[in-house]
Design a protein around this ligand. Structure first.
Ligand code: IPE
Ligand code: IPE
Ligand code: MG
Length: 233
């Protein structure tokens, strides 16, 4: 069951996606923004599957930021409903893809119903091989504050870089190799601020719902051609 097809050589251990452009994709089609989010969710599933097929140990997806609550209530509700429906039917796919779901962000704001579905899928998938971090009510600054507060609560007197790395929501994942942002904007939007210190960045004009598995292959190829020096020569 866990054999991978189309396995190509891929040195990426942790890739992250800022899935941007759903709203514009819908607008271009004269449709409401919610339509773009629906299509975006389908594309998320395809891209996640491709990352597993390529043998990428960990992938992180920016689903909803701590700033996205500023959007109209109707759009926020539509996104939450999509999430709720997805949680209802993702188990089979998650298990088939051998993926472990980890939700990163502050889940305390969500309804009991959503939270228990999240806990359930995290639990049933916890022994799977590949990690998919789903960033929900997530902000990079908030994550660092969360990590520091966890350390303070544990009674430490001095905090090292490793302490922070190991207290972040992404502590189960290898160091971040690459951040991909769709939608044409060249910014990080409060995503993985600590982890991105030496990550490679890849920006594409393509709107998220237009992204394909082939695009992931191209992105991986582009990454393999880069020279990462980490400050060395
Ligand atoms: C990303 O697409 C999805 C979320 C932020 C939830 P957008 O909804 O930001 O799409 P654009 O950027 O407005 O096109
Ligand atoms: C980033 O996209 C957040 C997600 C993809 C979930 P935004 O659309 O919220 O980012 P900005 O507002 O353009 O910076
Ligand atoms: Mg956007």
């Amino acid at each position: 069951m866990k054999k991978r097809e189309n396995k190509v050589e891929c040195s990426i251990k942790h890739i992250a996606f800022i899935m941007d452009g759903n709203g514009r994709w819908a607008k271009k089609r004269g449709m409401p923004r919610e339509f773009g989010h629906r299509q975006g969710a389908e594309v998320f599933r395809k891209i996640m599957r491709r990352c597993c097929e390529l043998g990428i140990k960990s992938s992180t997806f920016y689903v909803f930021s701590t700033e996205n609550w500023k959007r109209p209530k109707s759009e926020v509700n539509a996104i939450l409903e999509l999430l709720d429906n997805y949680l209802d039917q993702c188990e089979k796919e998650v298990m088939q893809n051998d993926v472990r779901f980890i939700f990163i962000g502050d889940m305390s704001v969500f309804s009991n119903s959503i939270r228990s579905k999240i806990e359930y899928i995290e639990k049933v998938s916890e022994n799977n091989t590949y990690i998919a971090n789903l960033a929900l009510n997530y902000g990079g600054r908030g994550e660092i504050v969360y990590a520091v507060n966890s350390l303070l609560n544990s009674g430490v007197e001095k905090i090292s870089e490793d302490d922070i790395t190991n207290s972040l929501y992404t502590k189960e994942s290898p160091p971040l190799d690459l951040i991909v942002r769709s939608g044409g904007d060249i910014r990080i939007s409060n995503f993985l601020l600590w982890q991105s210190a030496y990550a490679e960045l890849y920006f594409t004009e393509k709107l998220w719902p237009d992204l394909t598995a082939k695009d992931v292959d191209k992105i991986v190829e582009n990454f393999q051609g880069r020279s990462r020096r980490f400050g060395g020569v």
